[in-house]
Design a protein around this ligand. Structure first.
Ligand code: NAD
Ligand code: UDP
Length: 313
């Protein structure tokens, strides 16, 4: 690492997770180049840093190469919500493959360390529970989620091949469902959907019977995990997520109880290939990053609901 300020490139920096990461890096006194094509990101998420001498904003699509001088690349650019990544699945696959390829090329050229925001979706609809990093997954290669799931799997592969061929310094985080302020109101993900529906006085939409499970991590915990992984002597892949598991019906009941207990829960068709269950095994992150999530769902829902309340007002 050269002397002086650390120069960070955050791809997808105007998105939900990216903008929280930008906040943390700026607050630590580092330099940040925030790169985004604004597909699902918003300038409003990082507007408070525009004009700061350590901050720069670049409108760019990661499927195209770019030359920059940086020390660390946090590669988050990729739509994360099923409705967004399925809007143009070919573009999603290109973003994962070409985007990661371009960022690995940049990292190699300038000797930067690259962290890939991978996903629990590499485990697909898992047959083992909870999911450890050693599990190789059960992904339908031809289903509607494949553009994202397989995209992230090849992105992980590229990282390891760059490491083997060129000695690139890589870090792979497998992120499990994360929520918090700055998710989009029309994002389609379950936490934002339920909160927005409840605040609008609409019924909460359970896909299927709501018995499928997920484990929800508050954004601050997740960002802490990413930073620890980037700084650690550990390539990963490493799971980052909150192991407290809830059915989707339990989540709906929690959100409804906080906003309006009178609201109905209605059933809608279960999307194809929707994973039945998901829960991270986090022993590796606990041991090697000394990381464990600290924010319980009931605590994290509070600031998230407040944020959406203000947004919708
Ligand atoms: P998000 O959609 O809010 O952020 C993605 C950002 O990437 C957006 O700002 C978007 O405009 C940008 N982007 C998309 N395609 C791009 C392209 N071709 N070029 C440049 N920018 C592009 O999603 P998020 O929840 O913040 O997710 C960030 C990363 O974390 C993604 O890679 C996602 O796969 C991963 N992840 C997130 C979760 C989660 O629960 N939030 C879970 C697993 C993995
Ligand atoms: N889901 C739901 N109602 C909604 C949105 C999502 O029941 O309004 C379900 C969805 O079918 C899935 C779970 O909630 O089983 C999590 O969905 P999300 O899109 O948030 O994340 P992912 O499926 O990628 O984990």
């Amino acid at each position: 690492m050269p002397a002086g300020l650390v120069r960070n490139l955050v791809t997808g920096g105007a998105g939900f997770l990216g903008s929280h990461l930008v906040d943390r890096l700026m607050q630590s006194g580092e330099e940040v180049l925030c790169l985004d094509n604004y597909f699902t990101g918003r300038k409003a998420n990082i507007a408070h840093w525009i004009g700061h001498p350590r901050f720069e904003l670049i409108r760019h699509d990661v499927t195209e190469p770019i030359k920059l001088e940086v020390d660390r690349i946090w590669h988050l650019a990729c739509p994360a919500s099923p409705i967004h990544y399925q809007t143009n699945p070919v573009k999603t696959a290109k973003t994962s493959f070409l985007g990661t390829y371009n960022m690995l090329g940049l990292a190699r050229r300038v000797g930067a360390r690259l962290l890939l925001a991978s996903t629990s979706e590499v485990y697909g609809d898992p047959e083992i529970h909870p999911q450890p990093e050693s599990y190789r997954g059960c992904v339908n290669t031809i289903g509607p989620r494949a553009c994202y799931d397989e995209g992230k799997r090849i992105a992980e592969t590229l990282c390891f091949d760059y490491r083997r061929m060129h000695g690139s310094e890589i870090r792979i985080a497998r992120i499990f469902n994360t929520y918090g302020p700055r998710m989009l109101a029309d994002d389609g993900r379950v936490v934002s959907n339920f909160i927005v529906q409840a605040l609008r006085g609409e019924p909460l939409t359970l896909y299927g019977d709501g018995s499928q499970s997920r484990s929800f991590c508050y954004v601050d915990d997740l960002i802490e995990g990413l930073i620890r992984l980037m700084n650690a002597d550990h390539t990963g892949p490493i799971n980052l997520g909150n192991p407290s598991e809830f059915t989707i019906r339990q989540l709906a009941e929690q959100v409804r109880a906080r906003i309006n207990p009178e609201l109905a829960l209605i059933s809608e068709p279960l999307p194809a290939d929707d994973p039945r269950q998901r829960k991270p095994a986090i022993a590796l992150a606990q041991r090697d990053l000394a990381w464990t999530p600290t924010v319980a769902l009931e605590q994290g829902l509070e600031p998230t609901i407040s944020w959406f309340r203000e947004l919708l007002a």
